[in-house]
Write a protein that binds this ligand. Structure first.
Ligand SMILES: [Zn+2]
Length: 304
């Protein structure tokens, strides 16, 4: 499987230097997932030609405004554009109340249903699954409850080696081989040994989104060896103390965590407004972990 990640915004706190607050669209097996929804996300979706009505799943990492102030506007626009299908939102405790109170005082009732799942702070939970993939939350270390999200393709079946099996072999035998079993005769003797006729499964793709967090190795089990890791890097290393105090990460620390997790590629984002130029941030990250890139708004990252 392959997937794409499009960055809609990656600035911290406020919009500045033509950069906007956090939001991104991950499209995995044709399913688009919106991750965080900073102010103006619907405008970014339009600009980058992402059809918002195709989005059925929205994941919110925490309730700092730069990660979800665009949500109510998007919900409202979906209604005005005539949405009928249900919208699934996965967010922190309190988000349900925030949405309800805005609808209540604007005396609005939506044409469509919102299913809101509030994840449990401090725990990793399965939030969503379909036949192809799962999405888990995992705890980050921020000033308020904050969650990362791990998107992972389900393990695949073993692959049949070409040209070794009889053409008229029964589908049941194929299924058994793909499941890793030997095919036996009625007396229990091995007819087709699995390792002779099959190869290991193709690898499964994964993406980890680490929103606002201070450097913490507690996330390593969740992000280990992912194809692509998005990790915030709000400050450069000389602002280490400020990062610590505000529960954010520095460029070098983001590189450090990517190295320890042995990920294939690192994307850094959530850039502080104090940095107009981002190249020095990338250079500092790369001094620790070379396979790093900037999460620049509008860019699409593909994983094959
Ligand atoms: Zn935050």
């Amino acid at each position: 499987m392959s997937y794409t990640l499009q960055i809609l915004g990656s600035n911290a706190a406020i919009a500045a230097h033509h950069r906007h607050q956090t939001s991104q669209v991950l499209t995995m097996m044709q399913v688009p997932f919106l991750i965080d929804c900073g102010e103006g996300t619907q405008a970014r979706l339009k600009k980058f030609k992402v059809k918002s009505q195709r989005i059925d799943h929205i994941f919110i990492s925490h309730l700092h405004g730069d990660h979800f102030y665009g949500l109510m506007g998007l919900i409202s626009s979906m209604h005005l554009y005539g949405r009928k299908k249900e919208l699934n939102i996965y967010g922190p405790p309190g988000l349900k109340e925030i949405i309800a109170i805005q609808l209540k005082y604007s005396q609005s009732s939506l044409n469509y249903k919102i299913n809101l799942t509030e994840w449990t702070p401090g725990e990793s939970e399965l939030l969503y699954e379909n036949v192809n993939l799962t999405v888990h939350s995992f705890p980050l270390d921020h000033r308020i409850d904050c969650s990362g999200f791990l998107f992972r393709e389900k393990p695949k079946k073993r692959r049949i080696k070409k040209g070794l099996l009889e053409k008229d072999i029964s589908p049941l035998k194929i299924i058994a081989l793909k499941d890793g079993k030997d095919v036996l005769d009625d007396d229990g003797n091995v007819l087709l040994a699995n390792d002779k006729y099959t190869m290991p499964p193709a690898r499964s793709c994964s993406y980890a989104f680490c929103s606002d967090t201070k450097y913490t190795e507690s996330i390593l089990p969740y992000i280990k060896e992912v194809d692509l890791l998005y990790h915030e890097a709000t400050f450069m290393e000389d602002m280490h103390d400020r990062a610590e105090a505000t529960h954010h990460t520095t460029t070098k620390q983001a590189g450090e965590i990517a190295k320890k997790a042995n990920v294939n590629k690192l994307l850094i984002g959530h850039f502080s407004t104090r940095y107009k130029e981002l190249e020095p941030m990338l250079a500092e990250t790369k001094s620790v972990f070379d396979k790093a890139e900037l999460a620049i708004e509008g860019e699409v990252f593909s994983v094959e």
